[in-house]
Design a binder for this molecule. Structure first.
Ligand SMILES: *[C@@H]1O[C@H](CO)[C@@H](O)[C@H](O)[C@H]1NC(C)=O
Ligand SMILES: *[C@@H]1O[C@H](CO)[C@@H](O)[C@H](O)[C@H]1NC(C)=O
Ligand SMILES: *[C@@H]1O[C@H](CO)[C@@H](O)[C@H](O)[C@H]1NC(C)=O
Ligand SMILES: *[C@@H]1O[C@H](CO)[C@@H](O)[C@H](O)[C@H]1NC(C)=O
Ligand SMILES: *[C@@H]1O[C@H](CO)[C@@H](O)[C@H](O)[C@H]1NC(C)=O
Length: 384
């Protein structure tokens, strides 16, 4: 059943009108500050939206939706429609001021579909129209583009076109419907310049400032199962030996002149694991031979704490990276806990950036990490 195509007449008319124009407009941000976000994986059946402690967050993201790979419109089946409606209804009921966004894409979806969509004006338009329809139909406050990652300089140019046209459409729709503008964010690489696969490309920062309400910089996954030869602090705030770190990423965004209040720092509620080559060599960067416990070398923070307790693991706080690791035999887990997250959010406050977000909301143990004081100070700006 295609609920989106079976839309009401009014919505169709609105979106047709809404997608016509092309004048340059600045974004207006009616979003709460600081931005304290969390992604909800829609496949986490043991953790329904009603389990989310909404007092801890200003923004919650439904992860993920993907458009059809030919029409670039969203084809929402019946179970997904129920899940979307349940998400927004439940969260808004618990906390009317909370902002709900649906996140588009994600790591599993990858890049190809977005490269194709962003390539042409018509496909961008179809995509944009459909995002607005879905948001209004299911009572979302906005959407979040999770394109992981633009692959080439051409992709970045098309990404820029997309952001511009998306903002124009969102602004027009708001005018026509008399409702607040839908929020528009994007999850990005931890730094503005990407050199993966030997191809250099840079995010269009000027366009981001102009058209997006904020970006969620994914400040994690610096090390992982794709390299099993050494342990690593996958979300290190600092790295004494390289630039692969959260501090370098955030500073680079600022150097590239992102508006500080539009920069939101990612925090992982999961660890990454390795199997040590030699249990007596267990520092960060120690030789490893495989991934360790968990699923594909990944484990939620709650599961890490369980693992540590059950196995009486050694737990080390590493000040040089601001990260934690635990060791039991040849099992090694690098992760964030209350201490490292506290230092990171303090770091974010000193940088005067917009806030922080978690991947993912169901990873915490009794909200221990998420309920850290709202350390990123409130700044001037319209509040709703
Ligand atoms: C957008 O904002 C910038 C800086 O605040 C301003 O210089 C520019 O004129 C604005 N553009 C539009 C189209 O309002
Ligand atoms: C679209 O997705 C389907 C199903 O996953 C796949 O078989 C097909 O090759 C894809 N088409 C394009 C153009 O990527
Ligand atoms: C959401 O779904 C749950 C079951 O998963 C149900 O108990 C609850 O009543 C639903 N809430 C709304 C607002 O639809
Ligand atoms: C794997 O990680 C180690 C330690 O960070 C690094 O020295 C090595 O170059 C990496 N290997 C590959 C293939 O990236
Ligand atoms: C880190 O980045 C700085 C400037 O961006 C550069 O000068 C330096 O060589 C880099 N260091 C490493 C280890 O790559």
């Amino acid at each position: 059943m295609d609920l989106v195509n079976a839309n009401t007449f009014l919505l169709v008319i609105l979106s047709l009108i809404a997608c016509g124009g092309s004048s340059a407009i600045n974004s207006t941000n009616s979003s709460p500050r600081p931005n304290k976000g969390a992604y909800w994986p829609s496949w986490s059946i043991d953790f329904p939206p009603s389990s989310i402690d909404t007092t801890l967050f200003t923004h919650v993201y439904y992860a993920f939706l993907s458009p059809d790979n030919v029409t670039f419109r969203f084809e929402i089946d019946y179970p997904t429609a129920l899940s979307l409606k349940n998400f927004t209804t439940t969260l808004h009921k618990k906390k009317p001021s909370i902002k709900t966004l649906f996140s588009i894409g994600g790591a599993t979806e990858g890049s190809k579909i977005f490269s194709h969509m962003a390539l042409g004006h018509d496909s961008r338009k179809n995509f944009i129209c459909s995002t607005i329809k879905v948001a209004r139909k299911f009572d979302f406050d906005g959407f979040d583009l999770d394109w992981e990652f633009p692959q080439t300089p051409t992709d970045m140019v098309n990404f820029r076109h997309l952001l511009h046209e998306w903002r124009v459409a969102v602004k027009k729709e708001a005018k026509l419907s008399g409702r607040p503008q839908l929020l528009l964010s994007a999850a990005t690489y931890y730094k503005p310049e990407i050199t993966l696969d030997g191809v250099y490309r840079k995010y269009p920062v000027t366009s981001i400032n102009k058209n997006l309400d904020w970006i969620n910089a994914m400040c994690y996954d610096y090390h992982g199962s794709w390299n099993r030869t050494a342990t690593g602090a996958h979300a290190a705030l600092y790295d004494p030996n390289s630039n692969v770190s959260t501090s370098y990423g955030l500073q680079s965004w600022i150097k590239a002149r992102i508006q500080r209040d539009k920069l939101v720092m990612g925090l992982p509620l999961y660890g990454r694991t390795w199997q040590l080559k030699d249990p007596s060599l267990y520092g960060i960067g120690a030789p490893a031979v495989d991934v360790g416990p968990g699923i594909e070398g990944q484990m939620s923070y709650a599961d890490v704490e369980k693992f540590n307790a059950q196995n009486n693991a050694i737990v080390v706080f590493d000040l040089s990276t601001v990260s934690i690791y635990s060791v039991e035999g040849t099992s090694w887990i690098g992760y964030d806990d209350v201490r490292s997250v506290k230092l990171k959010t303090e770091y974010a406050r000193r940088l005067q950036i917009g806030g922080y977000f978690f991947w993912a909301v169901n990873g915490d143990q009794d909200w221990k990490i998420s309920r850290q004081d709202p350390i990123v100070k409130s700044r001037k700006g319209p509040e709703k």
